[in-house]
Design a protein around this ligand. Structure first.
Ligand SMILES: [Zn+2]
Ligand SMILES: [Zn+2]
Length: 340
């Protein structure tokens, strides 16, 4: 089969002919229907600082967001049958550590990651632990995006947005999903911030109450104005920009919570005493989705018709045109799919 592979350290990837993976004991073999390109795939492709210094098992099949069908079930696997329609969870838990043992498999101490430590989904087939696969009850439209939607929902759940003034910093696909989901999960006021007018228009169409163009206005001042001088209860940092990160802390009211989601490209200097301690602010990170509470919420939102995931998809490319697909995905507010 053809697969988009990372073949060594440094920028780039190659379309290689590789064997169809064998379904080993404790694995399921999945035929990929379609896969989505994630910002983290682009970081690996372009060899950004966030991936430098890590080791990868080359040649590595890239990709982790997908839907498809179980085609084979390895020995020792319960609960899956050929023909099951499934979506990929990126985290592969060890099932033996303290975190797995206490219901926090997504931050497993020995975490495997699809498309990073294990071969991924930019290919016709992948063989993977069933613990990194979620059965989808029906063929939900746009289910290939349940994984990134889960990131947005996890951030929302971590902060708690009910009856809160919530700022979304950065309106890429996950930021836009967060704007939509925050509103539907009870936020009183959703404020979307971006430098791109088209992204702000899209955020407004998804339910953002206020949009702020950070190139035209000081976003910190604008948030204080929009919240009647109080500041935001919650900031979801989805941009990955170090400037935005600092601005995010400045937008928070006392006891507010900021959730860091975007992958920053380096350290940020903050005045912990003035900016956090004395104001009782909370700063939290999230990594992926909770397994499986977040998935249940994501699936419910889509099933009920609260969120149309297909509206977040702009283009579908064959694997062979991955270079063009990756180029289009960079900075896009929509998701780009690959079809093997
Ligand atoms: Zn992803
Ligand atoms: Zn574990």
């Amino acid at each position: 089969m053809e697969a988009i592979c990372k073949v060594g350290d440094g920028p780039g990837a190659e379309l290689l002919e590789v064997p169809i993976p064998r379904c080993k004991e404790g694995e399921v073999l999945i035929e990929v229907e379609e896969a989505a390109i994630c910002a983290s795939d682009l970081q690996l492709f372009h060899w950004r600082p966030s991936v430098q210094g890590q080791t990868f098992p080359y040649p590595l099949v890239m990709g982790h967001e997908y839907v498809g069908w179980v085609r084979e079930v390895g020995s020792g696997v319960a609960g899956f049958a050929p023909g099951d329609y499934v979506a990929g969870e990126t985290h592969i838990p060890c099932l033996a550590c303290h975190y797995c043992d206490t219901g926090r498999m997504h931050i497993c101490a020995n975490l495997g990651i699809v498309g990073r430590t294990h071969d991924g989904c930019f290919a016709r087939y992948l063989a993977v632990s069933p613990w990194a696969v979620r059965k989808i009850p029906a063929r939900l439209p746009g289910a290939v995006l349940l994984e990134p939607l889960g990131v947005a929902i996890h951030a929302i759940q971590q902060a708690g947005v009910q009856e809160k003034a919530v700022v979304i910093l950065g309106c890429g696909p996950i930021g836009l999903m967060a704007a939509a989901a925050a509103k539907r999960l009870g936020a009183l006021q959703v404020i979307a911030i971006s430098r791109t007018p088209a992204k702000l228009a899209r955020a407004a169409s998804l339910g953002a109450d206020i949009t702020i163009n950070s190139q035209q206005q000081d976003p910190v001042e604008a948030v204080w104005d929009a919240t009647w001088g109080l500041g935001a209860d919650v900031v979801l940092e989805m941009s990955g920009s170090r400037t935005a990160f600092k601005q995010g802390l400045g937008m928070l009211r006392k006891q507010g919570a900021m959730v860091a989601v975007g992958n920053l490209d380096g350290p940020v200097e903050i005045d912990v005493l003035q900016d956090i301690v004395l104001q009782e602010k909370r700063l939290m990170g999230i990594f992926g989705r909770c397994m499986w509470q977040t998935w249940d919420t994501a699936v419910a939102l889509v099933r009920q018709g609260d969120l149309d995931l297909t509206s977040f998809i702009s283009d579908v490319y064959p694997l062979q045109e991955f270079q063009a697909a990756f180029a289009q995905a960079a900075g896009s507010m929509s998701k780009i799919l690959l079809r093997p």
